[in-house]
Design a protein around this ligand. Sequence first.
Ligand SMILES: *Cc1c(COP(=O)(O)O)cnc(C)c1O
Length: 391
Amino acid sequence: MTALGELMREPGPHGRFGEYGGRFVPESLVPACEELEVAFAEAWSDPGFRDELGSLLSSYGGRPTPVTECRRLSERLGIRLLLKREDLNHTGSHKLNNVIGQALLARRMGKSRLLAETGAGQHGVATATAAALFGMECDVYMGAVDVARQELNVFRMRLLGARVHAVDSGSRTLKDAINEALREWVATVETTHYCLGSVMGPHPYPYLVRELQRVVGDEAREQCRKVLQADPDFVVACVGGGSNAAGTFAGFVDTGARLIGVEAAGGAAMAHGVPGVVHGMRSKFLQDEAGQILEAESISAGLDYPGVGPEHAQLGDAGRAEYVQAGDEEVLAAFSLLAETEGIIPALESAHGLAWIVREAGRVIPTGSSVMLTLSGRGDKDVALVMERSR
Ligand SMILES: *Cc1c(COP(=O)(O)O)cnc(C)c1O
C-alpha cells in the first residue's frame, strides 16, 4: 500500500495510483496520450502557462471564489460550517477550472478542435464555453437518452457554437458517450484535443484534471486558515467521477483534516464497486456478476457515473479519504435547508455533501467541529426537477 506521504503527488510509472489508474487504450491512441502527457508536464512547469491560466480563471471565470461561513446553519447543526463557493464560477460550477486549462493546453499543442463527452450536459456546456472563448471548433458526444432528457443543455451547447452528437450505442448514456468520444479522438487526433471532464480515463487525464482542479483546495486551505486560524477538522466534497473532490483533497491531504467523499447512494462505486478496467483506466466500477457495467441511478445527473477516478480508489484503500453515501430524499432536504438558512441554492450534486454533514453532525462529526464543504455548483439547473418532486 502507498505510504500516506506519497499520496496526491505525481502518479507512478504508466500513470499508476497504487494498483489503479494506468493507460488501457488501443495502440492507435498511445501516441496521443503520450503527447498530452509531455505537453502537460512542460506547460505545468512553465510559469508563463500558469500565469495565463490564472489570469483567465480570474478575469473570465471569477476566481478566486470565496469561502463563506454559514452562520445560521452552523448554529443549527452545532458545528462550524464553511462553504468553498465553486457555484460562483462562470457557468456555475468547478468544471470551468478544468476546461479552461485543457483549452489552453490544446492551443499550446496546436490543436484547433475540442472533443468532449457529457452526461447531464454540464461538462459539455463548459467545454463549448471554452471553445467559444478560444475560437475553437467543438464537438460534444452525448448518449441519445441524455440528449432527450437534457434538452436545455443541448440547446445551450448549440448556442455556444458546438455540435452535439447523440450516441445510439449501448445504454445510450454517459458511458457510451465516453466510448464514442475516445473512438472519434483516434480518428482525428492530429487536429483534436479530447477534453475529458473528470479525474478519470487513461493517463495522464486523472492526474491532469486533478492538478487543474487543485486550485479549489489550494485556495480553500488559505481561506480556511484566515477564518479558523487552523485547518478544518473535516473536508467534504461530493464524488461523481471525482474531480471537485480530488481538487479539494489535494489542498488538504497533508493536513490533519478528515477527507470525506460523498457518493450518490445509487452510484456508489467506492462502496459497491469492483476493480476493473473501463474507459482506459483500472479503477472501481459498479458491475454485475458477468462484469457488465451497471447504470448508476441518482437524482443528480452529475453523479451518475458508474465508476470513480483511480486516485480515489487509492485514497480509499490507503485510508486517507473516507467514502460515504447520501440518498435522494436526504439530498432534497439538504437542498432546501441550505436555501432557507443561508440563501444559497446548491447543485443537487453538492447537496449530497451537505446531506451527509446534516445527518452526521453530532454523531460522526463531533459537536463543535469545523467542516469545510466544497459547494461544487449552483442549483439553478435543478430547480425545475426539485419543483416536480415536491408536487
Ligand atoms: C459534474 C459535476 C459534479 C461531479 O463531477 P466530479 O468530477 O465528481 O466533480 C459535481 N458537482 C457539479 C456541480 C457538477 O457539475
